[in-house]
Design a protein. Structure first.
Length: 629
């Protein structure tokens, strides 16, 4: 707004100046009581002796009538014509006159208008593009675009960053050093030059960085890694130098680079720019140089965040640059309770709702997911004109986030609805039949999201981080329960199991090539989880193949064997409970949705077979959903 107001003031100054010039021209340079006549008329008047007080200029003649016909206009003026030409024309009694020379006003405007046009183009087009600094803006293309927040602007504290207690403990050292560097280094220790915050998206890495600045009360330089990379090679490197220079001038200060992977990708990973002349690589080289010459005693700390540490250049992560990596992971149940308590203060919550129950329904949710959940629940309560937000609103919000919006206008024909009902009940009955599997919370044949025609929602009993072979097999069995129900009841299969088959195949393949759970292939990790292959297409998600064709065939056979085994187990469960499957599917067609209480009634009628020992299965991730698409 300040720049626009300045432009408006300058524009009106120019307008006022133009008006003033016009008025001066009219007052000083336009003689009054003067009549402009043709040169031929002047010649006739001169021959007759009717003029006096002649003033002859190079282009113009002025004078006074001896006996003016109109006393109000006693003066005249005419434009001169070449004398010889005038004599020739006069012999033919022709009326003629010379061309008027441009007046002072025309001359001034001829210079002023083009100049004014350039000024306006500069103010409204070039100057804003150059950063609003006149010529300095055009010359400041390499200046840092970092946003500087001083102490009064940073209101964030560690209290706002809930659910990441371990990360906060690590960063408290940085705060202590920034507040009192001399006392902190009394034993010769120095703060790490760089601290890298690593974790999935939405876990609060940027929030933690702002909290460090807020707790320490120092200047906060925030910039994204992508802002360093420009069209011209060398601009990003200049921007890095300028950023560190500004931070040293404002010390103590924090430099925060978000999305470091946009800047710090491993050199040589790009097909087009692997020779060292790529803008990203030049910028990264400059960042490495600045960190080498970074004196940690000056009170400047570099924080950076990324969710893809595996693609960063090794030189960037070595000791002496980013000395410390702080994991900002998805919160556990206690962490989710703390995060929810922060966000629940912003809404009107019904009394008697235990926050622990909401946290139990959201395993694997990040801080951003939980903030979105609270907002969605509040919106649902608002739509139904409720006075407060209830637990049922949170349950519906979770289903909406995980499974998508309800699509009641997506009408299915009776045969399709029958297939969907048996498919979803197949998932539910298999899940209820296997011991130790997460209890089924809800079954619905109401279409949701883009392609889901129905879904089965399971609620995890606890956060899990390890899964054994039997648990993975049971998970595949539940996923294949829908396809097994279709095969058993209709003696046919449909496209509805596409998503289930994809998830089951991914589990089986991971068991074989990553976890070494196939006896024939042995305890070998054939495809360890790793970064994309260096030197390959940038952004391509593919890994090197480190085995031959014979091993590849064995892997394919092992994957298929695991899936076939899980499918046969699902067939066995549903064959034993075929009558219950048909009865429950018919009831689901009428009700469209089964709640947890109704599913417990179905489970009481279930005949359980002797299955292997299992444990609750869900590790980090959202609540398990099996859907038909």
């Amino acid at each position: 707004m300040e720049i626009k107001r300045e432009h408006q003031i300058n524009f009106w100054y120019v307008v006022i100046a133009v008006v003033a010039v016009v008025l001066i021209q009219g007052l000083l340079f336009q003689p009054t009581h003067t009549k402009t006549i043709p040169y031929s008329e002047f010649q006739q008047l001169a021959d007759q002796g009717m003029v006096t007080d002649l003033v002859i200029g190079p282009d113009r003649i002025t004078g006074t009538y001896k006996a003016p016909a109109d006393k109000a206009v006693p003066h005249f003026a005419t434009n001169r014509v070449d004398p010889s030409l005038a004599q020739t024309l006069g012999k033919g009694n022709l009326a003629f006159s010379g061309a008027a020379a441009p007046g002072l006003l025309q001359t001034i405007l001829g210079w002023l208008i083009p100049t004014l046009g350039f000024v306006l183009i500069w103010m409204f087009l070039i100057r804003p593009m150059a950063g609003g600094q006149g010529m300095g803006g055009m010359m400041s293309i390499g200046k840092s675009k970092a946003k500087v927040f001083v102490e009064k602007d940073i209101k964030t504290s560690f209290a706002d960053a809930a659910g990441v207690d371990e990360a906060k403990d690590e960063l408290k050292e940085v705060v202590s050093f920034l507040k009192d560097p001399k006392s902190y280094g009394r034993l010769g220790a120095h703060v790490p030059k760089g601290v890298l915050l690593v974790g999935p998206p939405g876990t609060g890495k940027t929030l933690l960085a702002r909290a460090v600045a807020g707790e320490a009360g120092v200047a906060f330089f925030s910039i994204s890694g992508s802002e360093f990379v420009e069209m011209f090679v060398g601009v990003g490197a200049a921007r890095v130098r300028d950023l560190f220079q500004q931070a040293r001038q404002h010390a103590p200060a924090i430099i925060f680079i978000d999305e470091l992977d946009a800047l710090g990708r491993a050199r040589g990973s790009s097909v087009l720019g692997g020779g060292g002349h790529d803008e990203k690589e030049q910028t990264l080289n400059q960042l490495l140089t600045e960190m080498d010459g970074f004196d940690s005693s000056v009170g400047v700390v570099l924080l950076a965040a990324t969710n893809r540490p595996e693609i960063l250049d090794p030189a960037l992560l070595r000791a002496g640059r980013f000395d410390r990596q702080v994991l900002v992971d998805r919160p556990d149940k206690k962490g989710r309770v703390d995060i929810l308590q922060v966000h629940l203060q912003k809404i009107k919550l019904a009394s008697g709702i235990p926050v622990e129950d909401i946290a139990a329904l959201t395993p694997g949710f990040t801080g951003a997911d939980l903030a979105n959940l609270v907002n969605e629940a509040a919106l649902l309560a608002t739509r139904r004109n409720a006075e407060s937000v209830t637990l049922d609103d949170f349950t519906q919000a979770i289903e909406r986030i995980i499974a998508g919006l309800e699509k009641r206008n997506r009408l299915l024909n009776p045969h399709e609805r029958k297939i969907v009902a048996h498919h979803e009940m197949g998932h539910a009955l298999v899940a209820m039949a296997l011991p130790g599997v997460d209890p089924v919370q809800k079954v619905s044949i109401i279409p949701r999201g883009i392609a889901a025609l129905g879904y089965t929602l399971q609620r995890p009993l606890e956060d899990r981080f390890l899964m054994d072979r039997a648990e993975l097999m049971n998970r595949m069995t539940v996923l294949l329960g829908g396809r097994a129900a279709e095969t058993l009841i209709f003696d046919e299969v449909s496209t509805g199991a596409a998503d289930d088959l994809g998830k089951a195949t991914e589990i089986a393949r991971s068991m074989v090539v990553r976890f070494g759970m196939d006896e024939a292939l042995g305890q070998v990790a054939y495809e360890p989880e790793a970064a994309p292959l260096l030197g390959g297409p940038e952004g391509a998600d593919w890994r090197p193949r480190r085995y031959g064709e014979q091993t590849a065939a064995a892997i394919d056979a092992a994957v298929r064997g695991l899936i076939d085994s899980a499918f046969q187990k699902a067939i066995a469960v549903l064959t034993t409970n075929r009558a219950l499957l048909g009865q429950a599917a018919t009831e689901l067609l009428a009700k469209e949705t089964f709640s947890a209480a109704e599913l417990r009634t179905v489970a009481e009628k279930l005949t359980r077979t002797d299955m292997p020992r299992t444990m609750p299965k869900v590790g980090p991730g959202l609540a398990a959903i099996s859907s038909i698409s």
